[in-house]
Design a protein. Structure first.
Length: 271
């Protein structure tokens, strides 16, 4: 029997990885669906932001980090809770690791099913919105619809600031709304795809700016269901509290402790 086929130890964690704190939106969804599952949240804060990096840099960095974390923490499954990293590095990571890997892709399929006007907005990082992966999702699931893509990197910083307890600059969100509206058919957007796991952390602010008539769609709940499916029948037991792992230590890390503590994460490690 191979390692992948063997039943994992009950305390083997699910590893949720992101460039920053955006993946906490996925952790929240996994916790809600699988409250007994031990979790490790990993953030590559030394590499943030990913959106402005080249595809080669992202692929090498993500595969290398997840390889090291897999050796150290022995997870039963790893989730790349980052649209940018998933659309670029998912294939390479699956070649490197011998555990199930769940990626994150823009929620174009559910958005296409929800839209009534036929016009969908999509906001993400620069790297995500230019990927052929997104082109393929659009071609497969949004035929006959209009998909308007916008790079909104300032919203990543806004979400990071919010989790640290700092005020959120609504100006960045208003600019994203204005830029989308100015595109052809932009004033008929009725569904907005949050193609970055940071963005659901700003759902209240996004609703305030975009208005209640625009429905926000992200992939967190679908990711949690996929993780539950892949671990169905496995035993879960926490031998230690859930932990967070970061790749850099600075003042921002201390500022995140309240947000992490609210999610039951008290133990913070620096890799």
């Amino acid at each position: 029997m191979s390692d992948q086929d063997a039943s994992p130890d009950p305390d083997a964690p699910i590893l949720i990885f992101d460039s920053g704190v955006g993946g906490l939106s996925v952790l929240d969804a996994v916790r809600a669906l699988m409250p007994d599952a031990p979790l490790i949240y990993a953030a590559d804060t030394a590499g943030l932001p990913y959106g402005s990096k080249s595809e080669a840099e992202i692929a090498a960095r993500v595969a290398g980090l997840l390889g090291r974390m897999s050796e150290r923490f022995r997870p039963r499954l790893a989730c790349i809770a980052c649209n940018t990293a998933s659309t670029i590095a998912l294939g390479m990571v699956r070649e490197v690791l011998h555990i199930p890997i769940v990626g994150t892709v823009p929620a174009i399929k559910p958005a296409a099913a929800l839209t009534k006007t036929g016009t969908i907005g999509l906001i993400g990082t620069e790297a995500t919105i230019r990927q052929a992966y997104v082109d393929n999702l659009e071609a497969e699931f949004a035929q006959g619809k209009t998909l308007l893509r916008l790079a909104a990197p300032d919203l990543v910083a806004a979400a990071e600031a919010k989790l640290r307890g700092d005020p959120v600059d609504l100006g960045a969100i208003r600019k994203a709304a204005e830029d989308l509206t100015m595109m052809a058919s932009g004033n008929t957007i009725d569904v907005l795809v949050l193609a970055c796991t940071h963005f659901p952390l700003l759902s209240g602010e996004l609703r305030e700016v975009f208005g209640s008539e625009v429905e926000l769609v992200d992939g967190a709940a679908g990711i949690a269901r996929r993780i539950a499916q892949l671990t169905q029948g496995q035993s879960f037991a926490r031998s230690i509290p859930d932990r967070a792992v970061f790749t850099s230590a600075d003042a921002r890390l201390d500022a995140l402790r309240p947000a992490l503590g609210a999610r039951g994460i008290e133990d913070i490690l620096v890799l």
